[in-house]
Design a protein around this ligand. Structure first.
Ligand code: FAD
Ligand code: NAI
Length: 467
C-alpha cells in the first residue's frame, strides 16, 4: 500500500493548489477525486464555464448594440447556442487538462474515487464499482467544497427548475427566466441569458441585491441592471412552483408573508447560496467536528478536531471563493512544512463578472459604521475618466474608504467595466498597509480606467483633478 506525507480529498482550487505547493515543498502527495475530471466546482460547473458564457454573451450583445455606434456595420448577430456551449466546453477542457498536467509535472498521484476518513492517517477510497482501497498518510486535507443550497418545497430537475449547473447548459434561451436569489450567481447567469434574449425577473428575499457588497454600490448597480431590462422583486420569496403545465407558475409572496402572486416562467434558476459538502466523508465516525452551519470546524491553522486532519476552501467558514480556497491551500501546505502559512482575510477581493463588473476589497461603509470606525471617503465617477469617455463606457464609479486618523485604506469598491481587473492595485496597496495618499501619489498610466482609482484616492483628500 502506498503511503504519503499528504493526501488531499477534492481537486478544486483549494485541493489541487494545496497539492502543488506541498509537492514543491518536498512532500509525497496524492489527491482523491470522485468526479471524472479534476478541478472541482470552479473548473467544471462554476467559475470557468460561467465566465466563458459571460464573455461569449457579452460579445453577442456588443455586436447587437454597440458596434454600429462605433461605425462597425455588421448584420444583426445570430445566436448559435450549441456553438456557444462548445466554446464553453473547450474552455473547461483546456483548464481541466492544465490541472492534469500540473499533477503529473509535480509527481502528485491522482486517485479516482470517493475518499472516506477512517482516522488519523487512514483513508479508504471507493470507486464506482464499489471496490475499496486503503490509503495511508501522515496528514489529510479536506477540500471537498460545496453544493447547491435547496429551496424548501422546490425540486431542482436541472431542466426547467435549475441550479447554476443546469443554467450553464440550457439547450435553448428561455423566453422568461425567473431567478430566485439576487446574489452573485443570479446576477451573472441572469446576465448571460438576458443578453441572449430572455426576459429576466429576479426575486430576492432581502431588501437589496448582492448582500455583503457595499450598499451604495449595490443600489447603483441595481439601477444599471434595471436599465438593461432586469426586473427585481425585493423583500420577496418564492414559496412553491407549479410544474404541472407547459409554463412554470411560481408562487411569489412578500418576505414577511401575506398575499401571494403568481409569476409565470419557462425556466426558474434557484441560486440562494451554497452549503458545505461533507457527504460520505465519514466525519462523524472519525471524530471531525462540524460547526452549527455544517462546515468543518478548524482552528487558525486549518486543523480540525482530529489530529493530522486539516480543512480548507468552501467546506470551511469564510467567503466561498476560488482564490480564498487557493490561498488556504498554499497556507496549509506551508504550515505542514513547518513554515508560517497565512491568509490575510481582510484583503480578499470579490468580483461580480457582469456588465458593468462590480469589485471590492476590504470593508464596506456599512461594516465601518457598524464597527464605529471613523473613515473618510473619496469617490470618482467613470463619466469624468477620459478613457471611459472615449470608449463610451461611463457607467459606474470608484470609491476609496480610508481611516479618518491614519489615512490607511480600509476598503475599495468599484462598479464599472473591467472593475475585476482594476481591484488588484487596491489589494496590493492594502496588503502593504498603504494609505489613500500613497495611492494618490502613485503615477498611473494615461489614458486608463485605473486613473479613476487614483482620482478617488485624491478625492479622499478633496483634491481630485478631473472633477
Ligand atoms: P470545489 O471546487 O467545490 O471542489 C471540491 C472537489 O471535491 C470536487 O471536485 C468534488 O468532486 C470533490 N469531492 C467532494 N467530496 C469528495 C470525496 N469524499 N472524495 C473525493 N472527492 C470529493 N468563485 C470565484 O472565486 N470566482 C468565480 O468567478 C466563481 N464563479 C462561480 C460560479 C458558479 C456557477 C459557482 C457554482 C461557483 C463559483 N465560484 C466562483 C465559487 C468557486 O467555484 C468555489 O469557491 C471553489 O470552487 C471552491 O473550491 P474548493 O476547492 O473548496 O471546492
Ligand atoms: P449568494 O449568497 O451570493 O446569494 C444568494 C442570494 O439569495 C442572497 O442575496 C440571499 O439573500 C438570497 N436568498 C436566500 N434565500 C432566499 C429565498 N428563499 N428567496 C429569495 N432569495 C433568497 O449565493 P449564490 O449566488 O447562490 O452563489 C453561491 C456562492 O458561489 C457565493 O458564495 C459566491 O461567493 C460563489 N460565487 C462566486 C462568484 C464570483 O466570485 N464571481 C460567481 C458565482 C458564485
Amino acid at each position: 500500500m502506498a503511503t504519503y506525507d499528504l493526501v488531499i480529498i477534492g481537486t478544486g482550487p483549494g485541493g489541487y493548489v494545496c497539492a502543488i505547493r506541498a509537492a514543491q515543498l518536498g512532500m509525497k502527495v496524492a489527491v482523491i477525486e470522485k468526479n471524472e475530471t479534476l478541478g472541482g466546482t470552479c473548473l467544471n460547473i462554476g467559475c470557468m464555464p460561467s465566465k466563458a458564457l459571460l464573455h461569449a454573451s457579452e460579445m453577442f450583445e456588443e455586436a447587437e448594440h454597440s458596434f454600429a455606434k462605433m461605425g462597425v456595420s455588421v448584420p444583426p448577430p445570430k445566436l448559435d447556442l450549441p456553438s456557444m456551449m462548445n466554446f464553453k466546453q473547450q474552455g473547461i477542457d483546456g483548464n481541466v487538462k492544465g490541472v492534469e498536467f500540473l499533477m503529473k509535472k509535480n509527481k502528485i498521484d491522482v486517485i479516482h474515487g470517493t475518499g472516506k476518513i477512517l482516522g488519523t492517517g487512514k483513508l479508504e477510497v471507493s470507486n464506482s464499482d464499489g471496490k475499496t482501497q486503503p490509503v495511508e498518510t501522515k496528514n489529510i486535507v479536506i477540500a471537498t467544497g460545496s453544493d447547491v443550497a435547496q429551496l424548501k418545497g422546490v425540486e431542482i430537475d436541472e431542466k426547467r427548475i435549475v441550479s447554476s449547473t443546469g443554467a450553464l447548459s440550457l439547450d435553448r434561451v428561455p423566453e422568461r427566466l425567473l431567478v430566485v436569489g439576487a446574489g452573485v450567481i443570479g446576477l451573472e447567469l441572469g446576465s448571460v441569458w438576458h443578453r441572449l434574449g430572455a426576459k429576466v425577473t429576479v426575486v430576492e428575499f432581502l431588501d437589496r441585491i448582492l448582500p455583503g457588497m457595499d450598499g451604495e454600490v449595490a443600489k447603483q448597480f441595481q439601477r444599471m441592471l434595471e436599465k438593461q431590462g432586469f426586473a427585481f422583486k425585493l423583500s420577496t420569496k418564492v414559496t412553491a412552483i407549479d410544474t404541472s403545465g407547459n409554463t412554470l407558475v411560481a408562487k411569489v409572496e412578500p418576505a414577511a408573508g401575506s398575499a401571494s402572486e403568481a409569476v409565470e416562467a419557462d425556466v426558474v434558476l434557484v441560486c440562494i447560496g451554497r452549503v458545505p459538502y461533507t457527504e460520505g466523508l465519514g466525519l462523524k465516525e472519525a471524530g471531525v467536528a462540524l460547526d452549527n452551519r455544517g462546515r468543518v470546524q478548524i482552528d487558525p491553522h486549518f486543523a480540525t478536531s482530529l489530529k493530522g486532519v486539516y480543512a480548507i476552501g468552501d467546506v470551511v467558514a469564510g467567503p466561498m471563493l476560488a482564490h480564498k480556497a487557493e490561498d488556504e491551500g498554499v497556507a496549509v501546505a506551508e504550515i505542514l512544512a513547518g513554515q508560517a502559512g497565512h491568509v490575510n482575510y481582510d484583503v480578499i477581493p470579490g468580483v461580480v463578472y457582469t456588465t458593468p463588473e462590480v469589485s471590492a476589497v476590504g470593508k464596506t461603509e456599512e461594516e465601518l459604521k457598524q464597527a464605529g470606525v471613523a473613515y473618510t471617503s473619496g469617490k470618482f465617477p467613470f463619466t469624468a475618466n477620459g478613457r471611459s469617455k472615449v470608449n463610451q463606457t461611463t457607467d459606474g464609479f470608484v470609491k476609496v474608504l480610508a481611516d479618518a486618523k491614519t489615512d490607511r485604506v480600509l476598503g475599495v469598491h468599484i462598479v464599472g467595466r473591467e472593475a475585476g481587473e482594476m481591484i488588484h492595485e487596491a489589494a496590493v496597496l492594502m496588503e502593504f498597509g498603504g494609505s489613500a495618499e500613497d495611492l494618490a501619489r502613485t503615477c498611473h498610466a494615461h489614458p486608463t480606467r485605473s486613473e479613476a482609482i487614483k482620482e478617488a484616492a485624491l478625492a479622499v483628500g478633496k483634491r481630485a483633478i478631473h472633477m
